[in-house]
Every structure is written in structure tokens, then in C-alpha cells.
Design a protein around this ligand. Structure first.
Ligand SMILES: Cc1cc2nc3c(=O)[nH]c(=O)nc-3n(C[C@H](O)[C@H](O)[C@H](O)COP(=O)(O)O)c2cc1C
Length: 495
């Protein structure tokens, strides 16, 4: 038995930071010693002996690591990682990959200036592939990707952390910084270093039964469309469950959205009378961001949650204190909430993501679930507002493309379309509900939103856009402007 020598790991045993498995005692490979042919053909690892790890253990324990110790990675380990990379398959076995491991802080600072993602690790391995090789089906990129995955697994087995970076701030600029010639295409960068803290469990994966099929595809794919009409309700349920289970970044309430919600609560939902605990149903909250906020603001109510899947319902109820009953939509006949149950129902910005036929059904069901005298607070984004202009700018912008960037609201939880106020009023009437009060808010982007949306503008354009935007905000105080043109529309509805 032996272990990786401490000089190769870069430190003495005591100095290994938390979370990095100590060099393990390993069985030397005694079976078939490397032959001269193995050596000649590159089948001998630069680092010997290697730590042993079961394949499945290696697979499950690899995580993306984004925070690293300020400590160098010995080149012997980097050689080992890159060696593992080169044993990946490549299209036609061309092996047209090139790797530049950047461990010089000055060169890393140049990379870090291109993208903050490149400013995290002591080593950035730039992965390139011959631009004009294996272009069919992007086989060159596929080959480079196989190499990157081999390197990630090898690094993990060696106790190192990695994360795969495509947001490099410009592949061509990265190529120039490391001196790769123009006919090389930078595919990605793999950041490598000693993890700063112990690694938790990775995000869950979509269930195999959703993903894998034998002989003939037997499923229905999640649509690559931002339009609600292209989504069946059960596919929306599958997508949202996957987003939540896969580690949806759900803790990013937008200040301007929260502010609108608080105004609406202040206007339409009085604090609970302390002599009894009224029941409140929050409908399809998904991320639970707004639910958590309402729970804090109106703690005298007994909250319940209606969701499309038990997993998402549990996720949201976990954001509220105490036991929170959950219900499913669409529920089986006798499984949904009982009619006449709730003093308060909220449905905030969810009709926009639904297939149109489902909107009316949900409104009718919510009308039934209200107690006599109960109130439904419906919030929606109006298509008669600046919302559409912001979205089309976002789509046309030079930022990243891909349907996930138009599935909104942020964080992307499905398709979304702003609604025409008249169409909403028609649905409300058809559901047997009456509008008691109406509040329109934010006819123009608020200061925090302006700052956020212009964060990647050039300095001059940014200053002009922000100054102009903030100067125009006075228009909102003209009577009727917000109720007609406000992006956020809230309706207080009763039966
Ligand atoms: C092609 C590809 C590109 C990625 N790009 C980035 C990136 O630019 N920045 C980043 O932080 N993570 C990036 N990742 C890492 C993923 O976010 C990460 O693998 C995913 O969340 C799953 O987490 P896990 O690696 O811990 O299992 C990328 C992963 C892949 C496969």
C-alpha cells in the first residue's frame, strides 16, 4: 500500500484543507505492469501510483466547484488530469485538441479581466480544438467535450475541484491571451483548484424514466418554446419539477417585484384578525419566493399551497413556517381543495405561463374554493406596458441566446406571455368573479430594474439610459398612468 507523496499533492498531510480527501492508501496495480509498448503508446500515467476510486464513486462525487483555496496545484497533477483528458474518444480519432493550463497569476489575471468566471481558480485549462476539423454535427466540439469530462473526473479522483466554463467573455479573446493560433477554436475553459469547503451532494438529475428509452422514443419532450400555447400542463409540471429538483436558483427576489407585491398586500390583504386564523391558499407559487414573503408579511394567516406536483408543493411549503397543507392542480375530482374553504387566495403571475385553455379553468376553480366573502388577489403582467419592449430588447441583445433566456420570469420556470387586461377581465367574468378593486403599478422600469437591465451596457450608454429612465419616473404620478399602463396589474376579486 502507498499514497500520493505529499510533495506531489503540494503540501504536507496537515495542511490539506477541509473537504479535500486525504491522500488515500491505495492498492498498487500489481496485475499487469506497464510494458514498453504501453509506454510507447502513452498508456502510462505521468503520476504514479494513482489513487484508486470505484467508477461509480468517482461519478457521483464529482461536483462543480467554484470556490478554491489560494494554493497552487502541482504540475504533476495537472499533467495527470490532462493525460486523462487525452484518453477521451475523438471524431475520426483526429485528436485535434490542444490544452493550455494557465497557472501563472499574471496570465490568469488577463483571463479574469475577460470574465469573472475565469477569476476564481488558481488554474484555468483552456481547451481548444482544430477549428476546421470534424465540423459535421459539431464533432470537434463533441470531442473536446469528452476530453473535458475525462479531465473533470480525473481531477475529482485526485481530490481537486473543477468547473466547466463556457461564459468566458469571448472565446477569441481567450485564444489570444494564451497565444493559440487563429485556426484553433476555444471550446471551453476548465477551472481547477483545491476546493475551499467540503463538497455537498450534487443537484439531482431528471428521472431516468423521463430521459431514457429503448429502441423507440416513447416520451414527449419538454418543448423548446417560450410560448404557453405550445406547452401541455403536464409538461409544464415536469419542467418545473425538474427545475426545482435540479437546484433552481430560487433565492433571487427582484426588489421591484417585491415592492409591487407589498403595495398590493397593503392595499388588498389586511392583517389577520387575531381572534381567528383565516385560511390562505397560494396558487402555483413554484419558486415560493413571493409565498415566503407573504408568509412573513401576513403571519396571522394559515397558509396552504396548490402546486402541479407533490415535489414542488413540498419545496414551497418548506419555505413557510410550520405545517403547510398542500394540494395538487389539476386535482382528481375529490383530491383538490374543498369548495368554499378559503378566506384568501393568491395567484400571482401564473396565468401568463399557462396554456390559454387552462387559464379559465383555474379561475373557475379558484372561484369555487373561496368562502363566501373571501377574496382572490390576482396579479398579472400587462401586455399594455413596457414589458414587451424590455423583452424584445433582451432577446435582441448580444447576450447569451437559447430558449432558457426567454423562459421567464427569472429564474426561468416555464413559458411566459404578458396578458391583455381586457382578456383577463373576460376570463374573470366567465368564472363568475367580480372585480372589487384594481391596482396598476410600475408604468416605467424602477431604478433598481434600470440598474440591473443596463448592467452590461457601455459606460456612456449606461449613464444616459439610467439618467433618462430615472428622470421619466415622475410621469407615474399622473393619475391613470399606472392603472392603464402599469406592468403589474392586481385585481381584488370576489364571487
Ligand atoms: C457545457 C457546459 C457549460 C457550462 N458552463 C458553465 C459556466 O459557464 N459557468 C458555470 O459556473 N458553470 C458552468 N457549467 C457547470 C454546470 O452549471 C454544472 O455542471 C451543473 O450545474 C451541474 O452541477 P454539477 O457539475 O455539480 O453536477 C457548465 C457545464 C457544462 C456541461
Amino acid at each position: 500500500m502507498t499514497s500520493i507523496p505529499s510533495d506531489i499533492r503540494g503540501d504536507s498531510e496537515e495542511e490539506v484543507p477541509d473537504g479535500i480527501p486525504p491522500a488515500r492508501e491505495i492498492d498498487l496495480p500489481t496485475g499487469t505492469p506497464a510494458t514498453d509498448r504501453d509506454a510507447a503508446e502513452g498508456r502510462v500515467p505521468p503520476l504514479s501510483p494513482l489513487p484508486a476510486q470505484d467508477f461509480w464513486e468517482a461519478l457521483y462525487s464529482r461536483r462543480s466547484v467554484r470556490r478554491f483555496e489560494d494554493k497552487p496545484v502541482p504540475r504533476e497533477l495537472l499533467d495527470q488530469i490532462m493525460h486523462a483528458g487525452t484518453w477521451a474518444p475523438s471524431s475520426c480519432n483526429y485528436q485535434m485538441w490542444d490544452l493550455v493550463a494557465v497557472d501563472d497569476p499574471d496570465v490568469n489575471a488577463q483571463l479574469g479581466a475577460l470574465s469573472t468566471q475565469l477569476a476564481n481558480a488558481p488554474v484555468n485549462i483552456v481547451v481548444a480544438y482544430g477549428r476546421d476539423f470534424s465540423r459535421e454535427n459539431d464533432a470537434g466540439i463533441q470531442s473536446a467535450s469528452a476530453l473535458i469530462q475525462n479531465m473533470s473526473l480525473a481531477a475529482s479522483v485526485l481530490g481537486l475541484g473543477t468547473f466547466w466554463i463556457t461564459q468566458t467573455g469571448g472565446a477569441e479573446k481567450v485564444r489570444e491571451v494564451v497565444g493559440l493560433p487563429p485556426d484553433r477554436m476555444v471550446v471551453a475553459v476548465l477551472a481547477v483548484g483545491w476546493p475551499r469547503s467540503s463538497l455537498g451532494k450534487g443537484p439531482r438529475r431528471r428521472p431516468l424514466s423521463d430521459v431514457a428509452h429503448f429502441n423507440h422514443y416513447g416520451g414527449r419532450p419538454i418543448p423548446s418554446s417560450p410560448h404557453p400555447r405550445d406547452w401541455e400542463p403536464d409538461l409544464l409540471a415536469t419542467y418545473q419539477r425538474a427545475r426545482v429538483l435540479n437546484g433552481l436558483r430560487h433565492n433571487k427576489p427582484r426588489a421591484w417585484e417585491e415592492r409591487a407585491l407589498l403595495r398590493a398586500l397593503g392595499r388588498f390583504v389586511p392583517p389577520a384578525d387575531p381572534t381567528h386564523t383565516p385560511r390562505w391558499l397560494d396558487v402555483l407559487p413554484c419558486t415560493g419566493i413571493l409565498t415566503a414573503r407573504m408568509g412573513r408579511e401576513r403571519s396571522g394567516y394559515a397558509f396552504e399551497v396548490l402546486e402541479r406536483t407533490p415535489e414542488v408543493a413540498r419545496f414551497v411549503s418548506g419555505r413557510l413556517p410550520g405545517e403547510v397543507p398542500t394540494h395538487l392542480w389539476p386535482g382528481a375530482e375529490d383530491a383538490g381543495p374543498a369548495d368554499g374553504s378559503f378566506d384568501q387566495i393568491t395567484c400571482l403571475f401564473r396565468l401568463e405561463g399557462m396554456p390559454p385553455a387552462e387559464r379559465g379553468e383555474l379561475l373557475k376553480a379558484m372561484a369555487r374554493w373561496l368562502k363566501p366573502g373571501g377574496r382572490l388577489l390576482l396579479g398579472f403582467v400587462s401586455s399594455h406596458s413596457f414589458h414587451g419592449a424590455v423583452e424584445s430588447l433582451r432577446r435582441r441583445g448580444s447576450g447569451p441566446g437559447g430558449v432558457e433566456y426567454v423562459l421567464s420570469p427569472d429564474p426561468s420556470i416555464g413559458p411566459f406571455e404578458a396578458l391583455a387586461p381586457r382578456a383577463v377581465h373576460d376570463l374573470v367574468r366567465a368564472a363568475g368573479l367580480c372585480v372589487k378593486h384594481h391596482l396598476g403599478l410600475q408604468a416605467l422600469p424602477q431604478p433598481e430594474e434600470l440598474d440591473f437591465r443596463t448592467r452590461n451596457f457601455r459606460p456612456l450608454t449606461q449613464t444616459v439610459a439610467r439618467t433618462l429612465g430615472k428622470a421619466c419616473l415622475g410621469i407615474e404620478s399622473i393619475p391613470g398612468v399606472q392603472s392603464t399602463w402599469g406592468r403589474f396589474q392586481f385585481l381584488e376579486l370576489t364571487r
